[in-house]
Design a protein around this ligand. Structure first.
Ligand code: UDP
Length: 506
């Protein structure tokens, strides 16, 4: 079989901000072939090997591995993009390093194939490209409602090229069933049932289970989002498998060490090969901690895309409000679920009393954790003055928030969403990792009388305050974060082309 071997145009370089044009590297391949970079990466546990151990060249049906190892002091050979016919099928013996395991991501920009060499010194490998080829370039590890919501745009963007491992950290189906239906559950969806146990136990079980899946079918990269136990488990399992790790929503810091999530964020950021920071502030937080600049890309937050896709139009919103007997700007939405608020009887009681005393109807889509604690602490009577409803599907929840006069919440994601929906939020927390909205869309208050005071402040002259907020851009970006993240992932798994000539196949 004849094949052309080309060196492709240089990479577009780093993508540094939400306003940069999307990376076009994916679209450069000619139609008569697949533009691929074939890099062999070492999966050994010794820690001695670098990630990249060689480059595979394909000529005709011959594959040749040019090894990077054993060349101390010399720089690695260049990695060309090669154009291979779409129906390419070839096989060869690849000479591997003694005693190491290899996995080979064949990263094509139009199609994708992954092979696994297994252990040993000399292994046959078969490479098949074309539309029927297996493809699994990235694996996303997550386990909660907000992760599913925020990863929805990425899952859609990667399509068939993503597999998802859902740990079941949020195990109440009201928290994730509907979201999965909305984002179109991916074909490869591993659902684990690891929720409902202590944090340490859950973490250990999730690392072991994710490790097993990654070891069986190593992807080109592992993605985790945010700061949950599931995200940390995914990060550690990726690290244990020597797989490139991507942290979506990197660089958030509350500097509050009493928050388990703060430890998770710091650990994941420092384990990651690519930190996708939503804002410039997040990038600076990482730089202060000596995360190398080349590991960071500012992408905006995928929540903006998720929200734009899911938010119903104003007619649907008004219909929903009238079914609930609510008038736009005539009610408050409250969500409370964080351990510092609901696991502490005193704080939970203070918050519920403050909400019940507000002069407007208060709608509470109740998080299962709050419901459990209210029952355990014997506080059910305090719900009588509130309109408590089941957790809402994401579009319905967005409709509710977009018509609210004020939102009261301890949620992370809602702090971001109000900046797109242009509504004010009273954030009931000790600290926040999202200071970007402080003083504009949000005010941080502790449980207690300041909740009431702040809500009343926002209710004073609603139209004027609304007009003020409408003029403030969301700090979480306005573009296509998932395209930026995907472009950065491509650059991570397929290193930039160098200008040196092709190394001859031997
Ligand atoms: N949310 C939802 N339905 C609800 C309440 C919240 O879809 O009834 C969404 C909300 O819009 C946000 C996310 O759930 O995107 C927030 O989840 P949560 O507050 O549980 O977690 P956090 O953001 O604090 O991590």
């Amino acid at each position: 079989m004849n094949s052309r071997v080309d060196v492709a145009a240089a990479d577009n370089g780093p993508d540094n901000g939400p306003d940069n044009a999307p990376d076009n590297g994916a679209d450069n391949a000619p139609d008569n072939g697949l533009e691929v970079v074939i890099v062999v990466r070492c999966g050994c546990d010794s820690g001695r090997c670098g990630r990249r151990v060689g480059v595979v060249y394909a000529e005709g049906s011959r594959l040749t591995l040019v090894n990077d190892r054993g060349t101390a002091g010399q720089s690695a050979p260049p990695v060309p993009r090669q154009v291979i016919p779409a129906d390419f099928q070839g096989s060869a013996d690849l000479v591997a390093c003694p005693g190491t395991r290899f996995w080979v991501p064949f990263t094509a920009f139009k199609e994708h194939y992954e092979g696994y060499l297994g252990s040993g010194r000399r292994r046959p490998v078969e490479l098949r490209l074309g539309t029927g080829a297996a493809c699994d370039p990235v694996t996303l590890v997550c386990g909660t409602r907000p992760e599913l919501i925020k990863c929805g745009p990425l899952i859609r963007y990667f399509g068939e090229r993503v597999s998802v491992i859902y740990t079941g950290q949020h195990y109440d189906s009201s928290m994730y069933d509907q979201i999965l239906r909305d984002i179109a559950r991916p074909g490869r969806f591993h659902e684990l049932a690891l929720g409902g146990t202590r944090r340490g136990r859950q973490l250990g079980a999730a690392i072991a289970a994710v490790d097993e899946i990654l070891g069986g079918a190593p992807p080109a990269a592992v993605l985790v989002q945010g700061d949950t136990t599931s995200a940390l488990a995914g990060a550690l399992a990726a690290n244990a498998n020597n797989l490139p790790l991507v942290h979506v929503e990197a660089g958030l810091r509350s500097y509050d060490r009493a928050m388990p999530e703060e430890h998770n964020r710091v650990a994941i950021d420092h384990l990651s090969d690519l930190c996708c920071a939503p804002t410039e502030l997040n990038r600076r937080n990482l730089l202060v901690e000596k995360v190398p600049a080349q590991r960071i890309v500012v992408t905006g937050n995928t929540v903006v895309e998720a929200l734009r896709t899911a938010a119903p139009d104003s007619a649907a919103r008004d219909g929903m409000l009238s079914r609930l007997g609510l008038a736009a700007d005539g009610y408050v939405v409250a969500t409370i679920h964080r351990p510092e608020n609901v696991d502490d009887r005193h704080n939970l009681e203070l918050i519920l009393r403050e909400l019940a005393a507000l002069p407007l109807p208060v709608v509470v889509p109740a998080h299962p954790r709050m419901v459990r604690r209210v029952a355990e602490f014997g506080l059910a009577a305090l719900l009588d003055g509130l309109r408590v409803v089941e957790p809402l599907a994401y579009p319905a929840f967005l409709a509710l928030v977009s018509g609210a006069a004020v939102v009261v919440s301890d949620s992370g994601g809602i702090q971001e969403e109000v900046s797109v929906l242009k509504r004010p939020v009273v954030v009931v927390r000790r600290s926040t990792e999202r200071p970007e909205i402080e003083g504009t869309f949000g005010t941080l208050v502790p449980p207690g009388p300041r909740i009431h005071q702040e809500v009343l402040r926002w209710l004073d002259d609603v139209p004027a305050r609304r007009a003020q907020l409408a003029a403030i851009p969301s700090p979480y970006g306005d573009g296509s974060p998932s395209a930026r993240i995907a472009a950065a992932v491509r650059r991570l798994v397929a290193p930039p082309v160098m200008s040196a000539p092709m190394v001859a196949a031997t």
